[in-house]
Ligand binder design. Structure first.
Ligand SMILES: *Cc1c(COP(=O)(O)O)cnc(C)c1O
Length: 366
């Protein structure tokens, strides 16, 4: 049986049917109906964030957040990292802003806060760091830098659902944080996403911009888009949220088995647990140092494939080396380049058994 890199968590069909019954009675399918509102409230409680707006997907949530925070301006620059999913950069560029790539740290792959300030110019409007793999950025250092230079901070927290730092939910840092509920994420609504934020003044622009910029009943004040979450996805979210603890616990079990098998292998580098961070086991990234391990990342990837096991070169290539961005923005990010050449994320999902983890590790270590 083949093993894919991920497999979506799903509720029992009966639970979902139960949750969408009222929608079939009311015919209220979308436009922030009662299921949306119920799910929104549950998420605010679970993520322990002050405010939250739900979206059709994480990407549009990020794109609209940049717009809603008033960052759009001629020549504006946003400091971000090239070691992420391409959505992060697309959201900046599609808002007419320029991404300025900051390098990452070699241990947890998040933005290297020591290198942010040298990239700040009088055109910088924001920092957009990524809690990559659910590893939290140095939120305290980023906060200090942002305050000192009067910059907004939007976190791409697509991977950080349920992660906490010193007991505080990941969605509480910066001006806004985007969570993705895509089918492949720790928590899913099929497709979906959210923006968590603290300042209530962002509630109205987020709400209006995801609904065409419609303001009141008879006017349109902004050039918005359509990125609303519908009632069916909200119902899926309600069902999956009920199971989130067991889902994360199952991932923790599989990750623990990987740690046992791969923890002390020369040439294999794993992410070490972060201090004061409650993790969510979103991904299992492994760095292969060919000169010590004997085989390269690509060798291991191909060998796994021969055994019907599908890992993912996530993230490769680095964003500033992709065809759509190559040559347009700065590429002096050597750590991100190096990591993208050596990293492989191994299968990890609820339902991945210890025997399957062993089968994967046997091939890697074989
Ligand atoms: C998944 C993801 C997104 C986009 O979220 P979607 O819900 O798929 O639109 C953005 N950034 C990162 C880092 C992601 O992994």
């Amino acid at each position: 049986m083949s093993i894919m890199v991920t497999r979506s968590s799903m509720p029992k069909l009966e639970d979902y049917i139960e949750e969408i019954k009222p929608v079939f009675e009311s015919h209220h399918l979308t436009n922030m109906g009662p299921v949306y509102k119920k799910f929104q409230k549950q998420l605010i409680d679970y993520l322990e964030v002050p405010e939250l707006s739900l979206f059709a997907n994480g990407h549009m949530a990020l794109e609209v957040a940049i717009h809603a925070l008033g960052l759009r301006c001629e020549g504006g620059e946003v400091i971000t990292t090239p070691f992420t999913f391409v959505s992060t950069t697309h959201a900046i560029v599609r808002n007419g802003l320029k991404p300025v790539f900051c390098d990452i740290k070699p241990d947890d792959y998040t933005i290297d806060t020591e290198k942010i300030e040298e990239l700040i110019t009088d055109r910088t409007v924001a920092i957009m760091p990524v809690h990559v793999y659910g590893n939290l950025c140095d939120v305290e250092a980023i906060d200090r830098i942002a305050k000192k230079h009067n910059l907004k901070v939007i976190y791409d927290a697509a991977h950080a659902f349920g992660v906490k730092y010193k007991g505080i939910g990941a969605g509480n840092f910066g001006d806004a944080s985007m969570f993705s509920f895509h089918a492949t994420k720790v928590f899913n609504t099929v497709e979906g996403g959210a923006v968590a934020f603290r300042d209530r003044k962002y509630g109205e622009p987020l709400h209006e911009l995801k609904n065409f910029g419609i303001h009141g009943a008879e006017d349109v004040t902004e050039i918005g888009c359509n990125a609303k979450m519908d009632e069916f996805r909200a119902a899926m979210g309600i069902c999956n949220l009920r199971r989130i603890e067991e889902c994360i616990a199952a991932r923790a079990g599989a990750a623990g088995r990987y740690n046992e098998r791969l923890g002390n292998v020369p040439g294999i580098r794993l992410c070490t647990p972060q201090k004061d961070v409650l993790p969510n086991y979103a991904y299992y990234p492994v760095y292969f140092d060919e000169s010590v391990f004997g085989r390269s990342r690509d060798d291991v990837f191909e060998e796994l494939k021969k055994h019907d096991i599908f890992a993912r070169k996530y993230f490769y290539p680095a964003i500033n080396e992709m065809t759509c961005y190559r040559g347009q923005y700065n590429r002096n990010t050597p750590v991100a380049h190096d990591v993208s050449q050596h990293i492989l994320t191994l299968p990890l999902y609820e339902g991945l058994s210890q025997e399957e983890v062993d089968r994967i590790c046997d091939v890697i270590l074989g």
